[in-house]
Design a protein. Structure first.
Length: 285
């Protein structure tokens, strides 16, 4: 109806809903500065308030979908909300802070580091996006990585061989994905000190797990040796075996190595379990 006829029929002019004003939405720098990641009482109270705003199902834990929704509706940061790999990675890291907690849930004691990891990983993501300038396909081509020298230098990161770095990061792929770039970048300190420490802790856990698996395989192999009885091997037999695998080790060094598995003062018997643990799992080896 025209503007003159509308009032006669009790009708009002229809208006399309107003589009959200992007200028009123906080940008990342504003959100980052407001994140309560400090260890003061004030920040702890702010974290508790933020936790309750994020949490809609279970006050004892935070699900990934709640974190996702909280970034969108509470923090109102579209930049971070769209960076799904950052959210997933930060959530996974933070969930490992409390090893006795549920593996699929994030507890309040892990919430501060979740915010720290979100901030650090998003900074890495922003650098990644800046390098992905030519194609905007969420991966880095060889040319894009090769052209990263100036940007990385401005962040205090020096790369001697970009060709080798590209081969390292791409693995069997043709391009470099964000997760592979983030693995490397956080170890260069790009995401901040606490994120670097988290990566180092993860590396240490992975190395310890690999050592335990290796120790288990070695024990199983040695216990299947015909000269092993009940997990015990004569010291002379073990010395002979070690000499074959370690030809550059002299007799004195071999003797010290065997001491790790000796079960009697005369040193004539060696425990396979004790020997392997002393070699593989000892922090001094």
């Amino acid at each position: 109806f025209g503007s003159s006829l509308g009032p006669l029929f009790g009708l009002r002019r229809c208006r399309a809903p107003a589009a959200p004003c992007l200028a009123l939405m906080p940008n990342w720098e504003t959100v980052k500065a407001s994140l309560p990641i400090g260890k003061t009482d004030e920040d702890k109270k702010k974290r508790k308030d933020l936790w309750l705003k994020f949490n809609v199902t279970n006050p004892k834990s935070l699900d990934l979908f709640e974190l996702d929704a909280g970034i969108k509706d509470v923090l109102e940061c579209e930049e971070l909300f769209l960076a799904k790999p950052v959210i997933q990675r930060a959530y996974t890291y933070a969930r490992e802070v409390n090893p006795t907690g549920p593996p699929d849930k994030l507890e309040f004691c892990e919430f501060r580091l979740l915010l720290v990891y979100l901030a650090g990983l998003f900074e890495v993501h922003r650098v990644f996006s800046q390098l992905d300038s030519s194609s905007r396909d969420n991966v880095l081509s060889k040319e894009e990585l090769m052209g990263a020298g100036e940007k990385l230098s401005s962040l205090g990161i020096t790369v001697e061989d970009f060709e080798a770095l590209f081969q390292q990061l791409k693995g069997t792929n043709e391009t470099v994905e964000f997760n592979d770039f983030a693995d490397w970048a956080t170890r260069q300190g790009m995401g901040g000190q606490e994120l670097l420490e988290a990566e180092m802790a993860n590396d240490a856990k992975a190395a310890a797990k690999a050592d335990e698996e290796l120790a288990g395989k070695l024990k199983e192999t040695l216990k299947g040796w015909h000269r092993c009885e009940g997990g015990m091997v004569a010291a002379d037999d073990m010395r002979e075996l070690l000499a074959k695998f370690l030809p550059d080790m002299d007799a004195t060094a071999l003797g010290r190595l065997l001491e790790g598995g000796a079960v009697a003062e005369d040193g004539k018997q060696v425990s396979v379990d004790a020997l392997i643990d002393s070699i593989v799992l000892s922090p001094y080896m």
